[in-house]
Design a protein. Structure first.
Length: 467
């Protein structure tokens, strides 16, 4: 990197007072880089030879001190970055000294949300935006430095979410535990974004082993049982929308509980040579599956609504403009919600199902059907999971054989009273045969068991024992 030079950028447009921006210029890796100081001076107020502001400027001392500070920071940043990695760009040095998005929490959070929106990640942007606003409300609307966000502060935030914050809507009185954890995840994501942009260092975080730990609570995954599936398969809904929702749900089940967003985007060309070829949107894992026999009839049913060769298989996205990724995810999310409402309010009652029924329940139902009968590696391919660990963790929700057997074994293992010893048996028999009227009479009959010794007493004398 060339030695930095402080310049008055007279090639830029002056402001109303004829002042030009002051910037530090350096040449690195074949590229010119300018770091503006955020201040302007006129040509007369600038000493080009000494690269400093003349005394004629009212704030010359402060501006010259700022120039010295920035030059020193640039030198320090260059040394630090080159220690961490051999090749450092001028842009990296500039961003290290003067980050574009500031060093406090909410500007970085806003920058991350903007990146999510530009990347079309509607399903992340939509829930995280209000979570960040909840954190701002917890802080009474003010900004906060990253260093001031401590495990203790986050603990207070959790308490505030659980007991002080009231969610919108009449039905909810407090946030669910998983929603509270998702707020912490949103805050952690902002720290990660700040670290990637060189605003904070790697270890500067309140999360981790020595800080706030994020443990997701287990969620209940209640599938449909075999009888409910039989009823659902043999059902016919008189309303077209309800019937389409029923068949869409079954199609998801037959294809290993395919995710709803992937299901709605299937097109007819995705089916070739009696197989389905598709890439899962969540992790971009591709592959193909044979078309199961029950799914063939469903494809034949929806073929009557086919308008062109590359049309959607299911009718929900027909006529929608999906060119913008962010808008497309919003449209798909709304369509899934509409289908879930039909399943819950119409299809499930018609089938006598009292459980919650959504498109995602088809995935849980397939998992329950698989149980522990299918190897994890094979299920991983069907689920399109990135790792076997994810598959194993998910499938544990539906494997109950060992715990059920253990429960039965414990309940069957009732402890009985131990058999009495010979002495205890004799004592028990003696209690059963003992008659107090026979034991102390002069002419007692012969005892049934053992020898009875009787004593005769009067006011004057007593005799010895008689037999």
């Amino acid at each position: 990197m060339s030695e930095p030079i402080v310049k008055l950028r007279t090639n830029k447009k002056p402001n109303a007072n004829g002042a030009y921006p002051v910037a530090i210029y350096f040449f690195k890796g074949g590229k010119e880089t300018y770091m503006h100081l955020g201040h302007r001076v006129t040509v007369d107020e600038w000493d080009e030879e000494k690269q400093r502001v003349r005394k004629s400027h009212p704030n010359s001392v402060r501006l010259n001190n700022l120039i010295k500070k920035r030059l020193s920071e640039m030198s320090d940043a260059k040394i630090q970055l080159e220690t961490e990695r051999p090749h450092v760009s001028g842009k990296a040095i500039k961003n290290k000294i003067k980050p574009k998005i500031g060093a406090t929490f909410f500007p970085v959070a806003e920058d991350r949300l903007n990146d999510l929106k530009k990347a079309g990640k509607y399903n992340q942007y939509t829930p995280d935006k209000p979570r960040i606003e909840h954190f701002r409300a917890f802080l009474d609307g003010g900004d906060i430095a990253f260093a001031d966000i401590t495990p203790g502060l986050l603990e207070k935030f959790v308490v505030w979410l659980k007991y002080s914050y009231k969610p919108k809507g009449k039905k909810k009185t407090r946030l669910a535990d998983r929603s509270v954890i998702n707020h912490l995840v949103a805050v952690r994501s902002v720290f990660s974004h700040a670290r990637k942009n060189g605003i904070i260092k790697k270890g500067e975080t309140p999360f981790g082993e020595d800080g706030t730990k994020i443990d997701f609570p287990d969620s209940l995954k209640i599938p449909l049982n075999g009888d409910e599936l039989d009823t659902l398969e043999n059902l016919t809904m008189p309303d077209l929308r309800h019937e389409q929702a029923r068949q869409t749900w079954l199609f998801a089940l037959y294809f290993a509980g395919m995710r709803a967003s992937d299901l709605l985007q299937l097109r007819w060309p995705d089916f070739q040579n009696y197989r389905l070829f598709y890439k899962m949107g969540k992790n971009s894992k591709g592959g193909s599956l044979k078309i199961p026999e029950p799914a063939v009839a469903i494809l034949q049913y929806f073929e009557q609504f086919k308008e062109r060769d590359d049309d959607f298989v299911f009718p929900y996205l027909k006529g929608q403009d999906l060119s913008d990724k962010f808008t497309a995810q919003r449209i798909i999310g709304n369509k899934i919600s509409a289908i879930d409402k039909i399943l819950n309010e119409h299809v499930a009652p018609a089938a006598g199902i009292t459980k919650k029924m959504t498109l995602h329940i088809a995935r849980h139902t397939f998992g329950d059907m698989a149980g522990d009968a299918i190897p994890t590696e094979e299920l991983q391919g069907l689920y399109r999971h990135s790792s076997a660990k994810t598959t194993k963790g998910y499938q544990q929700n539906f494997i109950h054989k060992q715990s059920d057997n253990a429960l039965d074994a414990v309940l069957a293992n009732r402890k009985k009273a131990p058999d009495p010893s010979p002495t205890e048996k004799l004592q028990e028999e003696a209690k059963e045969n003992f008659d107090p009227e026979d034991s102390l009479t002069d002419n007692a009959s012969k005892p049934k068991h053992g020898l009875v010794v009787a004593f005769r007493r009067d006011n004057h004398s007593s005799s010895g024992p008689t037999g």
